[in-house]
Design a protein around this ligand. Structure first.
Ligand code: XMP
Length: 515
């Protein structure tokens, strides 16, 4: 069985698609990890990779300081697949020649493959492939032969079957290369010999063993938010160490309707987790009184959370580990050579800064997983769909959706409107088609007529978006009847709202949350 010891290692040369490559490999039930491009051959050897993929990247091999792998990796005797810049590197590092192409190739091209390379087993010829490159391979290193060409690239695919080295100028990982998965399958299963045994069940067994060994008889603290990540982390750790885990759930007064009950029901009643429920609503709302500035709100919510959480932890005596639901995308964001510091658009506050402050070791059992894998793991552990299938919810909660001043009354209004919106989306069977749906209460009032009377009440805006990684998002096209039903219900059933808007802003320029 393939464990986490013989992964397909993706060396990241700054490609926007590195994560997607790792995903594709995992979709084939083989374990994959992304590492920085400059990992040493020694470190790589210790990982005992079944195969290596060199990602694409924005550089040209001829640029001074262009990222290059440790040349010794080609002597490991492990199969290598170079993608785009990775293919050029393969040629460049092994003695071939790469030069600027006369014509930049961008978009769909048609690849005809040549010879009978195992990489193209059962792939049509020609087959559409997605190209995006300025340089191209002009002369092959010794041992290599052309394995496929397009109109503009005589060496769109190259192969040295004896050493199991393959390079493709196109991007098999994107959906625009329809047979890309077949190609990965050939590389991962046939060429690298991975046996498709990696799945959430095997991951969960390995992870539970690892947690048991690491924690021993010591104690773990987990800040449970009710969101997918912390819930799955808590369920996994509980499976591993049972009562040595204590979860603290802070009701900050900024939660969705019914959320505190749901978390208590699932974790206390069903899973019998040691759960400390802290009602800190008043404390948060007092600290937020009169504050409208979005960044100040975020800072206050983060700071009060840390205070409350620390006080509760203190009452529990000494605890050794702090569990966090950190995911793989958070971990690998920092390894990309192009991933320099990006501008802070919004300060994200969950439990950032806590571990250092509390002098606890971090336990991050999900740091190998992507979001949808975390969901699959949650289901595997028996968490209900109400939790694992839930849309993302920001750490500062309704605090950043109650635009303008935050009061208990406005929060209740927002909670009621949000519950109706989500209920109608679920009733229409659309919940799982949408990345995130939410309601914002706006800091304006509007005149309306309700019954025969003039009203002067709050305005809310519905927002629903689709996205793959929350970095960009597009607004969701609802059937108009659904919007009409939601609008009618909110105006009729929610006290203090007399006008409902639908937000049709993409990200960018808008962000998903309003604040
Ligand atoms: P924005 O509004 O920046 O949000 O487009 C992108 C995604 O992140 C979520 N979000 C947060 N998540 N802590 C979180 O854990 C935060 O402080 C936070 N702020 C925004 C947001 O809901 C969306 O899914």
């Amino acid at each position: 069985m393939q464990g986490i010891r013989d992964p397909i290692v993706v060396l990241d040369f700054g490609a926007q698609y590195s994560k997607l490559i790792a995903r594709r490999v995992r979709e084939l039930n083989a374990y994959s990890v992304i590492t920085p491009y400059n990992i040493t051959v020694q470190e790589l050897r210790e990982m005992a990779p079944a195969g290596i993929i060199l990602s694409g990247g924005p550089s040209s091999v001829h640029q001074p300081g262009a990222p290059q792998p440790d040349p010794e990796i080609f002597a490991l005797g492990v199969p290598v697949l170079g993608i785009c810049y990775g293919a050029q590197l393969l040629a460049h590092c092994l003695g071939g020649r790469v030069a600027r192409a006369d014509k930049r190739e961008y978009g769909i091209a048609h690849l005809a493959h040549e010879g009978d390379t195992p990489l193209f087993e059962a792939v049509n010829s020609p087959t559409p492939v997605w190209m995006s490159h300025g340089d191209r391979i002009e002369a092959l290193p010794t041992g290599f032969a052309a394995a496929g060409h397009t109109e503009n690239s005589p060496y769109a695919a190259v192969a040295d079957p004896a050493r199991h080295f393959y390079g493709v100028q196109f991007h098999p990982e994107v959906v625009h290369t329809p047979e890309g998965m077949r190609l990965f399958q050939n590389f991962v299963h046939t060429i690298c010999g991975c046996d498709a045994s990696w799945n959430m069940e095997s991951f969960s067994e390995d992870a539970i063993e690892e947690i048991k060994t690491r924690v021993g008889s010591r104690k773990v603290l987990c800040a449970l938010s009710g969101g997918v990540d912390s819930s799955v982390a808590a369920a996994l750790i509980h499976r591993a160490v049972g009562d040595q885990l204590t979860c603290v759930f802070v009701n900050n007064g900024l939660l969705r309707k019914g959320e505190p009950d749901l978390v208590q029901r699932v974790f206390s009643d069903n899973f019998h987790v040691n759960l400390v429920y802290v009602d800190a609503e008043k404390r948060f709302l007092d600290a937020l009184a009169g504050v409208s500035d979005p960044e100040r709100k975020r800072k206050i919510i983060g700071a009060v959370f840390i205070d409350v959480f620390e006080e509760e932890a203190h009452k529990l005596g000494h605890l050794d580990f702090l569990a966090q639901g950190t995911l793989y995308p958070d971990v690998i964001e920092s390894v990309s050579p192009s991933g320099g510091p990006s501008a802070t658009i919004k300060s994200h506050h969950n439990v950032g800064g806590l571990p250092e402050k509390m002098n606890m070791a971090l336990l991050e059992p999900l740091r190998e997983l992507f979001k949808d894998e975390v969901r699959a793991l949650g289901r595997e552990l028996g968490l209900p769909d109400e939790i694992v299938g839930r849309h993302p919810f920001p750490g500062p909660g309704l605090g950043v959706r109650c635009v303008g001043e935050i009061t208990r009354e406005r929060l209740d209004t927002l909670r009621d409107a949000d519950a109706i919106f989500i209920e109608e989306i679920r009733a229409a069977g659309l919940y799982d088609d949408i990345w995130q749906a939410l309601v914002c209460l706006l800091p304006v009032k509007s005149v309306g007529v309700q019954g025969d009377e003039r009203s002067y009440e709050e305005v809310c805006s519905l927002r629903a978006v689709n996205s793959t990684d929350a970095m960009t998002a597009d607004w969701y096209r609802f059937p108009p009847e659904l919007l009409q039903r939601v609008s009618n219900r909110i105006c009729n059933e929610v006290a203090h709202i007399n006008r409902v808007l639908y937000d049709i802003t993409s990200k960018p320029p808008g962000t998903i949350e309003w604040e």
